[in-house]
Design a protein around this ligand. Sequence first.
Ligand code: PNS
Length: 169
Amino acid sequence: MTGPESEGSQVRRAVCPGSFDPITNGHLDIIARASRLYDEVYVAVMINQSKKGLFEIEERIELIRQVTADYGNVRVEAFHGLLVDFCKQRDIPAIVKGLRAVSDFDYELQMAQMNNGLSGVETLFVPTNPTYSFLSSSLVKEVAAWGGDVSHLVPPQVLEALTRRLKKD
Ligand code: PNS
């Protein structure tokens, strides 16, 4: 087969990487938008052994699976190593990242340039929905730990998991 039909038969893949401790509505918005742009979207829960999270990696994965189940083209995996190796092993040419504010830009640009220099993988930046421009997993955990209402910032499954976890501590 030649022409646009054969070119169009290649599966377009992208990855949304992060710590997701836990996933927030801001992350979910970026994943949802990536899932509309690509055929397959991997959510890579990157393991950082020097950073003990509130949730175990398996719990983070399970929450992400639950809240992305309806999208149909999202796969969730954990990875210990370089993001470019995750991409190489799965033939993923693009990383999709949300940019909340200019303050994100410096470090994100460094990582994008490093990843491109290491393996040629491209990074696409998506402007975060302004509703979530102040949102981070760390702030959600802090506010929730002090009893603040985060129900508008995380999916219901995550709210339940947070409430359960913080009650235990
Ligand atoms: O949600 P986070 O913690 O802001 O995500 C940062 C993350 C996990 C995407 C970044 O630290 C990363 O890609 N780590 C994997 C290790 C790696 O590839 N490091 C080199 C980056 S240039």
